[in-house]
Design a protein around this ligand. Sequence first.
Ligand SMILES: C[S@@+](CC[C@H](N)C(=O)[O-])C[C@H]1O[C@@H](n2cnc3c(N)ncnc32)[C@H](O)[C@@H]1O
Length: 249
Amino acid sequence: MASDPTKLFSNYNTPWTAYRDISGQQQDYLRCFEKHAADLDLQDTLTCLSIGAGCGESDAFLISQQMPRLLRYIAVEPDKGNVQELVPRILEALPRGANAELYCASFDDAIDHIQGPVDVVLLFEVIYYISDYSALVKRLKRLLKTGSKIIVSMCNGDLYEPAGIQHLKTWSDLADVQVNMRDLYPSLKLKEITFHSDMHVSKVNVPSLQVLACTMDVDEDDVTAFKRAVKTNENGMLKYQVDMNIFTV
Ligand SMILES: C[S@@+](CC[C@H](N)C(=O)[O-])C[C@H]1O[C@@H](n2cnc3c(N)ncnc32)[C@H](O)[C@@H]1O
C-alpha cells in the first residue's frame, strides 16, 4: 500500500509520455503480448474496460491483434494530454461497428457510471497510482461475470529505491492484488507472466522521475541522487522486471 497516500500523483497530472521517452517499455509490452497471446486468450472478448488507458499503445495493439470480435471498448483516463493521443489510436484499432466510451476521469469518479458486464479489465501500469487495492477490486466486482478476466501489470520493486529518497512513495507488489482477488473470488484462476525492460538513466529528468515515483514531490536533487545511486549496465541502462497477472474470475 502507499506509504503516504497524500503524496499520490494528482489524477489529472500524470505525464506518461515523459516516462515513455526514456524507456523501451512500450515495445517490450507489445513483444510480451505477442509472445503470450495464448495466455492472454482474448479472442472472444466482446467488452473491454481499460483503467488508466494512458496514450493507448498497449490497448490499441491488443484490440487490433487479439480482439477481433470486440463490440465495446471503455477507457478511464484522467489525463487530458494522454486522452488526445488515446482517442485517435483506439478509433483506428477498433473493429468495424464497435463502440468506444471514454471517461476522462479517475477510476474513483468513473467506476459507478460504467455499465457491465465486461469480459476483460486492463490495468496496465496504473496500480501504482491507486492507494487501496482492496477497494479497487471490490468496486470492479459489480462489472464482472463468471469467466471475466482482470489483467494487471506493474514493475517489480521501486526502481528509485536504491537512491534512498525517503519522501518518495513506495508501492506494494502484485502479491497484494492477488490476496485481495482471492478473498473475493474463491475459485480464481491465475496466470503469471514476467518480462524484462530497461530505462535510459542519463535521460531521467524531473517529469520522468515524477512518473516513476508517482508523486509531484520530486526535484533536481532527487534526479541527481537517483542517477548516482542506481546500477546501470555498460550502455547506461537500468534493467528491471515487469510482472503481469491474468486473473479469470
Ligand atoms: C503509467 S501510465 C500507463 C498507461 C497505459 N495503461 C499503458 O500501459 O500504456 C498510468 C496511467 O494511469 C492514469 N491514472 C493515474 N491515476 C489514475 C486513477 N486514479 N484512475 C485511472 N487512471 C489513472 C494516468 O493518467 C496514466 O495515463
